[in-house]
Design a protein around this ligand. Structure first.
Ligand code: SAH
Ligand code: SF4
Length: 350
């Protein structure tokens, strides 16, 4: 009987890490190495049915198909910006939508993925934050944003970097994010090196310590202010984890070798882009091996915050450089299709 109901209760095998698939099939009395074969089919061949896994016996394929299923995200739309940035709207099995963005860097592609449907952190400058949190993404929904594009768009195989900077706060969906990274970096999974993965957080301090212990990937922190008053106002998370605690956690974070923590700093006109902010920022970060990613505020209709003038942006950057920091202004990519930082909403738009 292949009823819809049955389909609903069968676990999605793509929610399991390699070691979870191993225990799953050991319970069925099968050999451990079969789990590696299954992973390869899922992530390196992109099969959508157990029956395609031709190095498993026919009986095993039948048996596993009764007990598990291979779920997948569905690409709903792909929008392309004038600068080549692509925004992909995915439909989840329960009807929610999430977005991922493919960005063209100098020599490679970077994929920005989501970790939650919406976000509950309520940062003032962020469109995702405006919609609140619907739910966490499960493991397969995080990984499938990569797998679907690897097999679903012509340039999918050129994706070299993964940044968790789409919708949601990765460190508040910690367990699933960790398992997703396990699959993304597994040699029988998507095979990315940990150095190619960046987790971006608004500053959930205890989870930064935890991430450093569990999985040493690149860390990006959305800073956006240099004093607690301004940061409290822009990012409510700061009331719980103020700047001093956040910076202390960053100092302790064991970055992969020769890598730097990235501080994302959205420049908002007359809010955090003054000369004294640049000076204070330099003092705050004195002695931390870090770089600054300055993001001119991406305006959106629901917000009255403004992007600073080009001159103000350059002055801010130059001040940091003068103080011996690496600071770059991130070109706003994909803003014409609302694919730039903070503009993802998981809503279909024209
Ligand atoms: N929740 C995580 C990751 C997703 S937000 C975090 O906050 O880090 C991804 C990035 O987009 C963050 O660096 C955030 O500061 C930035 N961002 C959000 N809204 C923006 C906007 N309107 N303009 C420019 N950058 C924005
Ligand atoms: Fe959430 Fe990050 Fe947006 Fe803040 S900036 S609301 S943490 S997605």
């Amino acid at each position: 009987m292949e009823s819809k109901e049955l389909c609903g209760v069968r676990p999605n095998i793509k929610d399991m890490t390699l070691s979870e698939i191993e225990s799953f099939i050991l319970h069925l009395g099968k050999e451990r190495y079969r789990a590696r074969q299954i992973m390869k089919w899922l992530y390196q061949s992109g099969v959508t049915s157990f029956y395609e896994m031709t190095n498993l016996s026919k009986n095993f394929r039948k048996e596993i198909d009764k007990l598990a299923r291979i779920g997948s995200l569905v690409i709903e739309t792909i929008q392309e910006s004038k600068d080549g940035t692509k925004k992909i709207l995915f439909k989840l099995e329960d009807g929610h939508f999430i977005e991922s963005v493919v960005l063209h860097e100098k020599n490679h592609l970077t994929l920005c993925i989501s970790t939650q449907v919406g976000c509950r952190m309520g940062c003032r400058f962020c469109l995702t934050g405006r919609q609140g949190l619907a739910r966490n993404l499960n493991v397969s929904e995080i990984v499938d944003q990569i797998t679907c594009l690897r097999f679903g768009i012509p340039e999918g195989r050129d994706i070299k970097n993964i940044v968790m900077m789409g919708m949601g706060e990765p460190l508040l969906n910690y367990e699933n994010v960790l398992k997703a990274i396990d699959i993304i970096t597994s040699d029988v999974g998507l095979g990315f090196s940990k150095r190619r993965i960046t987790v971006s957080t608004c500053g959930i301090v205890p989870m930064i310590y935890q991430l450093g212990k569990d999985m040493c990937v690149n860390l990006a922190v959305s800073l956006n202010a240099t004093d607690n008053e301004t940061r409290d106002h822009l990012m409510p998370v700061n009331r719980k984890y103020p700047l001093e605690e956040l910076i202390a956690a960053c100092k302790e974070y064991p970055m992969p070798r020769r890598r730097m923590i990235t501080f994302e700093y959205i420049l908002i006109d007359s809010v955090n882009d003054r000369k004294e902010d640049a000076v204070r920022l330099s003092h705050l970060m004195d002695g931390i091996h870090c770089k600054f990613n300055l993001i001119p505020f991406n305006e959106f209709p629901e917000s009255d915050l403004k992007k600073p003038s080009k001159e103000r942006i350059s002055k801010f950057r130059d001040m940091l450089i003068k103080n011996n920091f690496t600071a770059t202004v991130r070109p706003s990519k994909g803003s014409d299709i609302l694919a730039a930082c903070g503009q993802l909403s998981g809503r279909a738009r024209n």
